[in-house]
Design a protein around this ligand. Structure first.
Ligand SMILES: [Zn+2]
Length: 82
């Protein structure tokens, strides 16, 4: 019997951050967040979530913010989405 298991990305959630101002270009209504969960799967059935990759990007200056650069407001926006 062959076991298929590994890590698969889950569904990407886009998080509206229009109320925030980009700290790089100071433009309002340009930020959006993305949450990408990674699941451990067995036979392509997700068993549990291992980690979640979160990034925030700015449409205006194309700046990408990674988790270690998030402001309090960005963290709160992600937390509100669970
Ligand atoms: Zn910007």
């Amino acid at each position: 019997m062959i076991l298929f298991f590994g890590i698969r990305p889950g569904k990407t959630t886009t998080i509206n951050m229009n109320h925030l101002i980009c700290s790089h270009c100071n433009q309002p209504n340009t930020l959006s967040g993305e949450s990408n969960p990674n699941y451990f799967h067995l036979f392509w059935i997700p068993l549990y979530r291992i980690s979640t990759t979160q990034v925030v990007s700015c449409e205006h200056c194309k700046r990408i913010y990674f988790k270690n650069e998030f402001t309090m407001e960005m963290k709160q926006a992600f937390e509100n989405y669970g």
